[in-house]
Design a protein around this ligand. Sequence first.
Ligand SMILES: [Zn+2]
Length: 307
Amino acid sequence: MRIGIDLGGTKIEIIALDDSRELLRERVATPQSAYRDTVAAIRDLVTAAEQKLERRGSVGVAIPGTISPLTGLVKNANSTRLIGHPLDRDLAAALNREVRVANDANCFVLSETSDGAASGADIVFGIIVGTGCGGGICIGGRVLTGAHAITGEWGHNPLPSPTTSELAISPRCYCGRANCIESWISGTGLEADYARRGDHKLTAGEIADRAAAGEPLAAAVMADFHDRFARAVAGIVNILDPDVIVIGGGLSNIDALYTELPRRVESYAFTPEGRTRIVKNQHGDSSGVRGAAWLWSADEAAALLLK
Ligand SMILES: [Zn+2]
């Protein structure tokens, strides 16, 4: 049995998998108190699940951040409570077994490659586009972490081939740079672009819906959004040449992405010889928690539990 935990800012979700079959799924509110309460909440969830199912499992945890290979401590987490703590070691001590912790975008791409929309593909780039823009890479079924655990963080590359008007706007990003891809390719970026050009604000979903219904301003904003998205994805294609790009996060529900992006990416990438497959995720909000469980292969989980 493999157990996955998705540790979010407001909820902690647990899943227990027997291969791809879901044995149990529960969620509790994330403690808004001290760090040690979060560790205890995860320990209690795992213990209760194992008692209920009458078996032990391997444990993987998805977090909105990563463990620094340099320090062994959590970094880049938007749940700031976790930053600076050795979460994997603290959970291992609490649960009396090795625990794997990975970035939630990495868990997303691992889930979709293991038994989702990119199932069986060799090279997969996973994109999460919601309030922000992140990503992860799976090759041969294995998720890449990277020397500094920042693999796939393409959202903080500069927007490629910016137009004069994009350069004039150059939105500031929280990372300290300007004109990051995330400043344009995200729900917040899309909404800001519409608000700049219109005289009122709309949500990203409303903009996409109005564009699909033919409203001129929304259609123009979405066309620019697709063009920027395609420029950014073409850079990935030129380096990684993935078999599949799978999109998750709130904006993955915009249907036009899957018809607009492939042809635009083809025109911007180095060798316009064929289109990269760009698909919507299969597991939706469950990709993080499922991918966390997949951080252990079946063989690794079996070996761990024999110890
Ligand atoms: Zn940035």
